[in-house]
Ligand binder design. Structure first.
Ligand code: GLC
Ligand code: MG
Length: 719
């Protein structure tokens, strides 16, 4: 692809799936899913769209229809700026869901996103944010062969490590936070990403480094920008902000310098420590007021227990130290109030403090800097980078009460330094932390990337549907799904013959030559398409025309010799016969008693720098495939290419190598005689578990969806 010029402008798709995202009056801090990341993606979208070389930025998120949240979140589209927009895609239940509950529905998102791209054209870049969108974006990027960018925002392994230090049982944590699936999602995102955008060096060295797909060469530290029009130093002509009256309700002397802290009531934010420091320091109380902005609350009693506890502790401490008239803790605020507060802190010659136990980034510190308030902050990754770049304050040990006190007192009393720190912060924020600066660096990296990337194979698909002979399609596995019960197989065959509007596709782990032989032996009507060798090969019609656009990039990152070398010598793995191996599929028989667990096998491959899909079937077969090939990706390629709607496709299977194609927006049928690894699909929508085995199970599924007539989808949403 050539370097984009003005008439070859970039189209960028950002994906951020959880929380409540809206452009107008974003409800930041409303819950733990609606915070820094939401702000980040909205501002990133806007900043990128401002660049003249960018034609369009879209931010894909989830559509939410729920009386408990605003109707804005149900809108399909909302403009962000002239060239940027928010697009909400429905998937899973309509209601608002916590991010931990989105996992079973991501495949449905993928299918909707594919339909969206087919309508509106492919982007030049897909950028997934956090593990959920990180996974979905990676799958889309693999399938469409669009270069992929990933930002983790916060990483599962880091969180698990931190929580492991507490008292909770590992099983309880796993249940609540779904670490295993999150970890896989993050590994997939890292495996796929050509570029990982991190905010700090520490994030790269201490956080991403915990992952098997840690490839530092692909990581770039590009700190996010601060909204510098919103966060700016005070000016003469500024009017008295509404917050002043609000603080007046708490404080005896509102003119005193302000010690300002802003954080959600979260244990890690260390707010109790701060109140203790202030409560036990006469000098601090003498010199300054303490202002705590701890999110907004309506009824304290209805807050989630963890947050309520922190808040209650803070209130108790205020009483214990008798800090009435000296501490303010406004109950609610809007987004303008936040910027006003920083400016009030600056005008009062005050200080902004962030005593969090750990602080990977610390956006509030940058907002304070841009507003001209010196900072006192935890000596950790984010603050360290910020103070190094801006020289705008002091770093302290968040567990050392006296160090915090001393730091605050220094800023409040050394007035020469105060002025210097304040000016440095304003300058530093503008120099290092503007979104413009971020966008410039981001786009430079993207252009380098695109210069070395081939044009996506599906960039120019026809808009028209081109599988015209039928209006619906059954794609079924052969062994044990279609086969195994002669009588019902014949029944199936008759059904296909009598319904000319129904196309037939075969998807199998077998090689094409083998599958053809079997179709003949079974006397099946000749299939319209063949997905063979577990989705690594795709052929059409009687003439078996190969899908070259599918084949073309199968070899991407594929190192079969090295994979064999590693796995041939692994205990419990025995190479299958020569006729089972193919160019893009390496197959073993596996003795699960002896062989390492699947997750361990995956890790072994990753640690050896090998990128591959690992598929386990029937409790005994192990297939290693290229990252861009498996039955799920193959089927989606096919549907995308021909513009065939997934809701007109019934997919049937019995074992692990069918899982990929069963997930998502197609109508899935798992036959009664399925193997145990299929149980994971029980939680997914649009998957019907038939009672009957083999072809009879498929027929049962056909009935269930009324697939031959007016299709109904009783299992569209699983609550
Ligand atoms: C088929 C293939 C075999 C593969 C298995 C699971 O049985 O012949 O090679 O391992 O499916 O995909
Ligand atoms: Mg099978």
């Amino acid at each position: 692809m050539s370097i984009p010029s003005d008439d070859d402008q970039l189209k960028i798709t950002l994906i951020s799936l959880h929380g409540l995202i809206r452009v107008k009056d974003p409800e930041l801090g409303r819950d733990s899913d609606t915070g820094g990341q939401v702000k980040y993606v909205l501002e990133l979208a806007e900043a990128l769209a401002q660049d003249p070389s960018v034609g369009e930025v879209e931010l894909l998120t989830r559509q939410i229809i729920d009386n408990n949240v605003d109707a804005d979140y149900a809108q399909i589209e909302e403009p962000i700026s002239e060239k940027a927009k928010l697009i909400r895609i429905p998937f899973g239940p309509k209601r608002y869901l916590a991010k931990e509950s989105l996992w079973p529905y991501l495949d449905v998102f993928i299918d909707h996103a594919l339909a969206h791209f087919r309508r509106t054209g492919l982007p030049d870049i897909i950028h997934g944010h956090y593990a959920d969108a990180g996974f979905a974006g990676a799958q889309l990027a693999r399938l469409l062969r669009v270069p992929y960018v990933f930002t983790g925002h916060s990483l599962g392994r880091v969180k698990r490590q931190r929580l492991a230090m507490g008292n909770a049982k590992p099983e309880t944590l796993e249940k609540k936070y779904k670490f295993t699936i999150r970890n896989e999602a993050e590994e997939t995102a890292l495996e796929t990403a050509a570029l990982v955008v991190a905010s700090t060096n520490q994030e790269v060295e201490e956080q991403y480094a915990l992952y098997e797909h840690y490839i530092p060469e692909r990581m770039e530290v590009i700190p996010p920008g601060v909204d510098l029009t919103n966060f700016r130093p005070p000016e003469e002509e500024d009017q008295t902000p509404p917050m002043r009256a609000e603080l007046g309700r708490f404080l005896q002397d509102t003119d005193k310098p302000m010690i300002l802290a802003m954080a959600r009531p979260d244990e890690r934010k260390n707010l109790e420590m701060l109140v203790k420091v202030y409560g036990e320091s006469e000098a601090l109380q003498e010199k300054a007021n303490l202002v705590l902005l701890m999110g907004s609350r309506e009824d304290l009693r209805e807050m989630v227990p963890a947050q309520r506890n922190i808040l209650q502790q803070v209130l108790v401490l205020i009483d214990v130290y008798d800090l009435y008239g000296k501490v303010a803790y406004p109950k609610s605020h809007n987004s303008d109030d936040v910027a006003d507060l920083y400016r009030m802190a600056a005008s009062s010659q005050g200080v902004f403090v962030n005593p969090a136990m750990t602080e990977p980034f610390g956006l509030t510190l940058l907002e304070a800097a841009a507003s001209g308030v010196p900072i006192v902050a935890t000596n950790d990754g984010g603050p360290r980078d910020i103070v190094a770049n801006c020289q705008n304050g002091l770093l302290v040990d968040p567990f050392d009460q006296h160090e915090i006190e001393h730091g605050l007192l220094r800023v409040l009393t050394e007035s020469d330094h105060w002025e210097e720190w304040s000016q440095n912060g304003i300058r530093g924020a503008n120099e290092h932390y503007s979104w413009k600066h971020h966008a410039d660096r981001y786009l430079r990296d993207i252009r380098d990337l695109l210069a070395t990337t081939a044009e996506p194979a599906l960039a120019n698909v026809s808009r028209k549907q081109r599988l015209p002979e039928f209006d619906r399609l059954i794609i079924t596995d052969l062994d044990n799904t279609l086969t195994g019960d002669e009588a019902s197989l014949r029944e199936f065959e008759t059904m296909i013959e009598q319904n000319e509007h129904v196309g037939l596709g075969i998807a199998t782990g077998r090689r094409l030559d083998d599958a053809l032989k079997m179709v003949k032996e079974l006397n099946l009507p000749s299939p319209d398409l063949f997905i063979t060798s577990v989705g690594t090969e795709l052929h059409y019609g009687d003439s078996l025309t190969a899908d070259l656009s599918w084949r073309k990039q199968m070899g991407y990152q594929w190192k079969p010799d090295e994979i064999r070398e590693l796995l041939d010598q692994t205990a419990g793995l025995f190479p299958q016969g020569e006729n089972e191996q193919s160019e893009f599929k390496i197959s073993y028989e596996m003795d699960p008693e002896v062989a390492p667990e699947i997750n361990v096998l995956k890790r072994m491959l990753r640690e050896a720098g090998l990128r591959a899909n690992v598929v386990f079937s029937l409790g005994m077969y192990l297939d290693i495939l290229p990252v861009r090939g498996d039955s799920g990706l193959c089927m989606r390629h096919l549907l995308y290419r021909w513009g065939f709607p997934p809701e007109k496709v019934l997919v049937a299977g019995d074992s692990g190598n069918d899982i990929g194609m069963l997930k998502g927006h197609t109508l899935g049928v798992v036959v009664g005689n399925h193997s145990p690894e299929m149980e994971e699909l029980r939680k997914s929508p649009r998957i019907y578990f038939a009672d009957a085995p083999h072809a009879k199970g498929i027929l049962e599924g056909i009935d269930y969806y009324q697939f031959l007539n007016n299709i109904v989808i009783p299992n569209d949403r699983i609550e």
